[in-house]
Design a protein around this ligand. Structure first.
Ligand SMILES: [Zn+2]
Length: 85
């Protein structure tokens, strides 16, 4: 499936957004995911953790010496699953 530009989806193995070039997930991608998984944040988290694992492998290969350390912030910390207030 090849989408024209405009879709905020990750390009592998660099994990940058195909639409805006930001590190994926970019803000529009986050908003889309939140809308898609509205009321089902645990499933979104499972999905993002899988993507994070995949990205970690890709990025580690790309960066060869520097394994990415803050992928959890980028991929999963923004998901409002542990909202205690
Ligand atoms: Zn984007």
């Amino acid at each position: 499936m090849s989408c024209p530009h405009g879709e905020h989806v990750p390009s592998r193995p660099a994990w940058r957004c195909r639409a805006c070039g930001a590190p994926w997930p970019c803000q529009p991608a986050k908003l889309r995911l939140l809308a898609e998984y509205a009321g089902n944040m645990p499933s979104l988290m499972v999905y993002l953790v899988a993507l994070r694992e995949e990205a970690a492998e890709h990025l580690a290969e790309l960066a060869s010496a520097t394994p990415p350390k803050n992928l959890h912030r980028r991929f999963t910390d923004w998901v409002p699953v542990h909202r205690s207030k």
